[in-house]
Design a protein around this ligand. Structure first.
Ligand code: TXA
Ligand code: MG
Length: 323
């Protein structure tokens, strides 16, 4: 058992320890294929309150419940619309979150008082072992302070939250690198609320046309996506890198480009995918934003990627990081 007063969290792969800590109401960092989560028992109100408090997250922004089987999902929700079953069969375990009508036993604190609960079966072997061992689901938002860039390895979690949690399960770097796609069902329609690691094209191949309601407002009427997010703590401009760079001091400028190299110091430069592969770019986007958080960098320039496949979700993150 690690000393709970350590300044940084212990990092390891001990599922038994992780389970013990969760069962005692503590929070841990844990890997998923999308991003690392800050996890606690989703049915324990004290654990949920700790999540909001450690992340400094407003309580009107609800949390996702993670579990490892459709049987366990059924214990949380009142019904599974046909489309939700088709999507679950195709994409779970994976980067897809479904909004489903919640049972009364699911705490209102988890859903911010909404009548739907967000559920997801993540695809990471360590976390699946832990979820299998646990009776209850895990509430797990991305393990970053509210508004900051999401973590994609254990060290990222330790950098920002290590003094607030006892343990981080280390599952290496995230294979997808972007949060899950969030999907809900209203009046027979399927609605995408957050672009993420499962492509719209792939979803439409399974259930036909969907509507996209991605929130870009600073004060969303319904909780969902807040406008400004993923911020590297620098002013950021997304557009034509070449033109903007001409007006700036390269020493004080960070660049996140798709595949081209620009004339700035190496430590100021992040190339998302030399071969223009959007899946590789998705794995690199959050580390790139994080890399820009260096004292000498005063402004960050980036560019939009092709609006196809994961490019749409990457562009969404760039747009929000620049607000
Ligand atoms: O990939 C992911 O989804 C990661 C990993 C750790 O699983 N988790 C994640 O959680 O991104 P978080 O809390 O950073 O983002 C969850 C999003 C928020 O925008 C929240 O508003 C929305 O899901 N959400 C959760 N429950 C909701 C609900 N009942 N109704 C509407 N939106 C909901
Ligand atoms: Mg988040």
């Amino acid at each position: 058992m690690p000393n709970l007063k350590l300044i940084v969290a212990e990092i390891g792969q001990d599922i038994t320890l992780a389970k013990t800590l969760i069962d005692q109401g503590h929070l841990i960092g844990l890997p998923t294929e999308t991003v690392y989560g800050l996890a606690g028992n989703a049915l324990n109100e004290e654990a949920i309150l700790k999540i909001y408090s450690i992340k400094n997250r407003p309580k009107f922004n609800p949390l996702i419940a993670h579990t490892d089987s459709l049987e366990k999902v059924e214990k949380l929700v009142l019904e599974l619309p046909d489309s939700s079953i088709k999507l679950a069969e195709k994409f779970w375990p994976g980067p897809l979150t479904l909004l489903l009508r919640k049972r009364p036993s699911v705490p209102d604190l988890l859903t911010s008082g909404l009548d739907r609960v967000a559920v997801r079966i993540p695809n990471h072997p360590l976390t699946q072992q832990l979820l299998y061992a646990l009776d209850d689901p895990l509430a797990a938002p991305s393990a970053n302070p509210f508004g900051y860039v999401s973590p994609t390895n254990a060290q990222h979690v330790n950098d920002h939250l290590g003094d607030k949690i006892p343990y981080i399960l280390d599952g290496g770097s995230c294979a997808v690198g972007l949060e899950s796609t969030i999907v809900g069902f209203e009046d027979g329609k399927t609605i995408i609320y957050r672009l993420g690691g499962t492509n719209i094209e792939a979803i439409e191949n399974v259930i036909g046309k969907v509507e996209i309601h991605v929130n870009m407002s600073a004060h969303p009427a319904a909780p969902g996506m807040l406008k400004s997010h993923y911020s590297p703590g620098r002013k950021m401009i997304v557009g034509n890198i070449e033109n903007n760079l001409g007006l700036l001091d390269p020493e004080a400028t960070g660049i996140i480009s798709f595949n081209k190299k620009y004339d700035v110091p190496v430590k100021n430069s992040a190339i998302l995918s030399k071969s223009k592969n959007l899946n590789e770019a998705a794995r690199n986007i959050f580390p790139a934003l994080r890399q820009m958080d260096q004292p000498q960098i005063r402004i960050v320039l980036s560019e939009y990627l092709p609006e196809e496949g994961l490019g749409k979700a990457i562009n969404d993150r760039l747009r929000r990081a620049a607000i």
